[in-house]
Write a protein that binds this ligand. Structure first.
Ligand code: ZN
Length: 452
């Protein structure tokens, strides 16, 4: 199979004008200037478009998709408390439908690999149904006094066993996500560290996201501290910054992905580089929840492994990686001025190769190069908002949007093409109808609570 377009962006090297990508058995065998070969059944010519590596979204919560836009304009603490309340409303099948809708949105937006943190495991189902590559980190919460380390590990092992069965021989891998330092007690964190290291699980942790988190861990003050004392939860204040605590607990290594890290400084950037820990940068979520702008430019100067993530649609509100790339550039330039090292090219690198590196998958994906998996997307450049194109990187980051994606391919299989999902086992409108019922129920719950 040969895919052709006006532009091919291998990311590993300079853009190719009038390029083509040759694919055999799901693997890229050549990336080159358009050959003289005439079009045949195996040649797809996209014309005024760009072919680039599939986008890697390093942080999502697909199962929360049905809650898009349900909690707005609240500061972080109030936002997360409302979200936890709403999570009690959904059934298992509703979580699956919700996650599947998110996976479809991702596939239609050019995303080929997702790193998802999942409480219910629904993300695994969603990725398999859609044909996406990914990693599902099983979330762990343990702040209640009755949630001992032993009990937590036992419950985790049960869930992991189920996830391994569901994903055997697929493109989906399993990891573990201790949620945060303020939702998993220190003794449980220690037990989880031993367990994940022994079993070799990749790890994902939300860290240094909000000022409230810092206030709790550093000073034992603030909204989280007040809530814990109201609920009778014993809280020991470590008196340190969350990143320093994670370092002491031994989490900072190449197998760990830290999410957000907004409230960090140059000392932390050096620590990230030295320990090879990866960071998921979620600029839009960080801004929308009033958490600030993460020091991405410092990380890049230090050579930290960074990928881009949208976070859940409850805090974003879409899985549009083009918007995320644009925000990553804009916010760094707005805050750091000429000291920012963000360009359109850098943003595309972060959303492809950067994400692949952050997940330890760069040998297989992240660039268009012979020998790598045929994970790619095709973005139309013929919209009024894109024409004319002098620089394909600028076109992708400053003009394009997710709806310009015309095809998404994972391991040589088309997972999305012009509104269709070839691997999906049911019509999309069936799923939408079921979700409408869920939405109606959520709205009823909200109106009973008097919040709508
Ligand atoms: Zn998150």
């Amino acid at each position: 199979m040969i895919l052709r377009a006006d532009w091919v962006l291998p990311v590993a090297r300079d853009p190719i004008e009038q390029g083509e990508v040759v694919i055999q058995n799901g693997v890229i065998v050549d990336v080159r200037r358009r050959s003289g070969m005439r079009g045949g059944a195996d040649v797809l010519d996209f014309g005024e478009a760009v072919i680039l590596p599939g986008l890697v979204n390093v942080h999502t919560h697909l199962e929360l998709t049905v809650l898009r836009g349900v909690v707005e304009d609240l500061p972080f603490f109030e936002w997360i408390r409302r979200l936890v309340e709403l999570k009690g409303v959904l059934s298992e099948s509703e979580w699956r439908d919700s996650a599947l809708w998110g996976a479809l949105e991702a596939a239609a937006s050019g995303v080929t690999t997702i790193a998802d943190t999942t409480d219910t495991g629904a993300a695994v189902y969603a990725m398999l149904q859609t044909g996406l590559r990914g990693r599902a980190y099983q979330e762990v919460f343990a702040v209640q006094p009755d949630q001992s380390a032993q009990k937590t590990l036992r419950e985790l092992e049960d869930k992991l066993l189920w996830l391994h069965r569901a994903t055997q021989g697929t493109l989906v891998e399993i990891g573990v996500a201790p949620h945060t330092l303020y939702t998993v007690r220190a003794d449980v964190m220690t037990a989880l560290r031993e367990y994940t290291r022994e079993k070799g699980y990749p790890v994902c942790i939300h860290a240094a996201e909000s000022r409230d988190e810092i206030a709790l861990l550093h000073e034992g003050k603030g909204k989280f501290a007040n809530m814990y004392s109201e609920r009778g939860i014993t809280w020991h204040t470590p008196g340190k910054h969350p990143i320093d605590i994670l370092h002491e607990q031994g989490w900072l290594d190449a197998n760990t992905l830290l999410v957000h890290a907004v409230q960090t400084d140059s000392h932390h950037a050096e620590l990230f580089a030295a320990t090879e820990v990866a960071v998921a940068h979620c600029p839009q979520s960080n801004a929308k929840l009033y958490n600030g702008v993460a020091p991405l430019s410092l990380w890049l100067q230090q050579g930290v492994r960074v990928g881009l993530g949208t976070d859940s649609v409850v805090s974003n509100n879409t899985l549009d990686m083009f918007a995320e790339m644009r925000s990553a550039v804009m916010l760094q330039r707005a805050v750091f001025g000429m000291d920012s090292c963000m360009t359109a090219r850098k943003a595309v690198e972060l959303a492809t190769l950067g994400g692949a590196r952050a997940l330890g998958m760069a040998e297989r994906i992240g660039t268009l190069e012979p020998g790598k998996q045929a994970d790619l997307c095709v973005v139309s450049l013929n919209g009024a908002h894109s024409f004319p194109v002098y620089d394909p990187y600028a076109a992708l980051v400053f003009s394009a949007r997710a709806s310009d994606v015309v095809m998404t391919m994972v391991a040589g299989k088309v997972v999305y093409r012009q509104g269709e999902y070839p691997l999906l086992r049911e019509p999309v409108h069936h799923l939408r109808e079921r979700l409408r019922l869920t939405v109606r129920r959520i709205r009823e719950t909200l109106s009973h609570d008097g919040t709508e």
